[in-house]
Design a protein around this ligand. Structure first.
Ligand code: AMP
Length: 651
């Protein structure tokens, strides 16, 4: 069986890693480089696309044909993308509900096709390095990717000739990379992951080799690129002030010449930003921006920090939310791990340290972790010991090894944040998988019909904690057909399966014929934590009303069944009933109907206790009628079998 590789398909850079003899490591390409820029240059309609460093090199020369940050468009529709985001130097086309595409040389490329080019290069590099064919991979995605984005990632893998064995959240992968050496400890860690295009803050608990995600919060459109944009805008303003070309990057329809200038300024901005992580000043030099204009400027770390601060401040709210979702305070954490290239910036480390009240330790010399001796005060340690650019890919490789049967002591746990179920009679939610169930999971129930001669059943899939179907989130609906039969006869088995990628598959099967339908719903685990919290809080606040609604709906169903049966039996034996007894029954039926009429129209709730009492009274009154009817049925049956003489009949 071929090796499974771990791939970090990043917005800015991508990496491929493997585990060899128990040790995870990132593979290098033929030039010895371990980071492959996620950049693809399309030289012509038919020519082979160039990927990685070579594509990055021509980015400024061919801005309209060189695609970068394609991850931002994965699995997204035209309507999902704000106009300013489509303003890339290459032509991004986003129409309504259709997928976003990139128009190149008269062809529309989907983001997954472009990502597949990056994956093909990683696959080829890995094959060269390992000397074997690679056909299986674990690929990471930001925790906040929705189902469409995850599926697009899986498709990209397939287009590249890779079977995607598992999609893993990036922070979870990073924690895996970190967790290997501290398996026996029980610890809670926060993963602060700031890459080129996305930000995530996840809180995980590590216990005896098991990782559990407690909460995650983030933004799929916040990252180092935003800092680059601010620095670019700053440089463009300075260029304008120095009588250079006046360029507004947000202006639509820039000329190819302007786009080329913009690409050079952007590249210079990012280079300076990276240099300023280790130095206090960087020289930005842009010779011959236009034939008669060259530009140079000395950018200091403090100016960069001023520009970057508002962007970094935006990550703070996500940190706080994630902590509150996990019901923890910073003091409850043992470690804060920094992941993503942008966390190399000293300002990021300072801010994260401040926000979490961290003690910093970064270096490991022999067995001594520097800084550990200062860790007397409460507050987590800021851990940058894991290579921030490589942690995610290393974690993906570890997950791949687990799938291949290695690292048996490790297990990755994810849970469903909210209950999943279907709508049943009377608009009630029937939970099939309760919240906080560890995934992957499979569970099912048998359902039947509530109305005579139904020919199909609507499977309305819901997610949430409320008793009423309408107060939960609708994930989708479909119908399963079966032969018409009296109510209660058809049997439909409904099975929910949440796979390891958090995707929900719903199967409905007519037990009699075996006819079945399987529908894949949106991801069941990727729900914004704030939404989960709101749902849970509402379910607690409304618990009393919700319970009353459930009790009323159930009592209503029993009442309506009893009324129908009484009416039917009365009609059948009307001539045999004593008039006084008939009046008694009618009065008991009226009493039930009166309680039913008192149902509040807007809340669809009445007094369940009164209804139960009235139905019980009706039951009691009709006991004699029911036993009379039963006797008649028995006699008719026996007569049919020839057991009783035909002359014996009702009194
Ligand atoms: P990633 O998505 O994790 O590959 O991170 C890429 C982002 O990290 C880009 O915005 C890079 O400009 C940024 N980055 C990479 N190295 C550094 C560095 N040494 N200092 C600051 N930012 C960096």
């Amino acid at each position: 069986m071929s090796k499974i590789v771990g791939i970090d398909l990043g917005t800015t850079n991508s990496l491929v890693a493997v585990v060899d003899s128990g040790i995870p490591y990132v593979l290098a390409d033929a030039d010895g480089q371990r980071l492959t820029p996620s950049v693809v240059y399309f030289p012509s309609a038919t020519g082979q696309p160039m990927v990685g460093r070579t594509a990055n090199r021509v980015r400024a020369l061919h801005p309209t044909e060189t695609v970068y940050s394609i991850k931002r468009f994965m699995g997204r529709r035209g309507v999902d993308i704000p106009t300013e985001e489509t303003r890339m130097p290459y032509p991004v086309v986003g129409n309504g509900n259709g997928p976003v595409t990139v128009a190149l040389h008269g062809r529309q490329w989907t983001p997954e096709e472009i990502s597949a080019e990056i994956l093909k290069k990683l696959k080829a590099d890995a094959e060269k390095s390992l000397g074997e064919t690679i056909s299986r991979a674990v690929i990471t995605v930001p925790a906040y990717f929705n189902d469409a984005q995850r599926n697009a990632t899986i498709r990209a893998g397939e287009l590249a000739g890779l079977k995607v064995e598992r999609i893993v959240n990036e922070p979870t992968a990073a924690a895996l990379a970190y967790g290997l050496d501290r398996l026996q400890e029980q610890s809670r860690i926060a993963v602060y992951d700031l890459g080129g295009g996305t930000f995530d803050l996840s809180i995980l608990e590590l216990s005896q080799g098991t990782f559990q995600v407690l909460s995650t919060n983030g933004n799929t459109r916040l990252g180092g690129d935003d800092i680059d944009r601010c620095v670019t805008d700053f440089l463009l303003r300075e260029i304008g002030r120095a009588d250079g070309p006046q360029l507004d990057p947000d202006q639509p329809a820039l000329s190819v010449g302007d786009l080329s200038i913009l690409a050079r300024v952007r590249e210079a901005a990012e280079t300076a930003k990276i240099q300023l992580s280790t130095e206090s000043a960087a020289d930005v030099s842009l010779p011959f921006l236009t034939p008669g204009f060259s530009f140079s400027l000395r950018l200091t770390r403090s100016v960069l920090e001023e520009l970057a601060l508002p962007i970094l401040e935006r990550t703070r709210a996500h940190c706080l939310r994630s902590l509150s979702d996990a019901r923890l305070s910073a003091g409850d954490l043992h470690q804060v791990i920094l992941v993503g290239g942008q966390t190399r910036m000293p300002l990021v480390r300072r801010l994260v340290s401040q926000w979490f009240g961290c003690v910093e330790f970064t270096e490991q010399r022999g067995d001594v972790r520097l800084g550990e001796e200062y860790h007397q005060t409460p507050g987590p340690q800021l851990n940058t010991g894991v290579h921030p650019d490589e942690a995610v890919a290393l974690g993906a490789a570890i997950q791949a090894e687990i799938l291949a049967g290695g690292f048996r002591h490790l297990l990755l746990l994810d849970v469903t944040p909210l209950s999943l179920g279907i709508e049943t009679f009377g608009g009630l939610m029937y939970p099939i998988i309760p919240r906080n169930t560890t995934i992957p999971v499979k569970a099912g129930e048998l359902f039947t019909t509530a109305v005579d001669h139904q020919k199909s059943m609507l499977i309305h899939v819901l997610q949430g904690e409320r008793e009423r179907a309408r107060d939960n989130w609708s994930l989708g609906r479909f119908e399963i057909e079966f032969e018409s039969a009296p109510k209660g006869v058809p049997r439909v088995g409904v099975q929910f399966e949440i796979d390891a990628n958090g995707v929900l598959h719903v199967l409905a099967r007519d037990v009699k014929t075996g006819h079945q339908k399987i529908v894949t719903m949106k991801s069941a685990v990727d729900v914004a934590d704030s939404e989960v919290q709101r749902m849970v809080e509402e379910s607690v606040e409304q618990a009393f009303d919700d319970l009353r609604f459930r009790q009323w709906t159930e009592a209503k169903r029993t009442a309506s069944d009893t009324l129908t049966a009484t009416r039917k039996t009365m009609a059948e034996y009307d001539s045999e009933l004593d008039p006084e007894y008939r009046t008694q029954i009618i009065e008991a039926m009226d009493a039930v109907e009166k309680v039913l009429e008192l149902e509040n129209r807007s809340t669809k709730t009445g007094d369940p206790a009164a209804l139960k009492a009235a139905t019980a009274r009706l039951d009691e009154v009709t006991q004699a009628l029911a036993s009379h009817a039963m006797d008649q049925v028995m006699e008719a049956m026996l007569r049919k079998k020839g057991v009783l003489p035909a002359s014996v009949g009702p009194a």
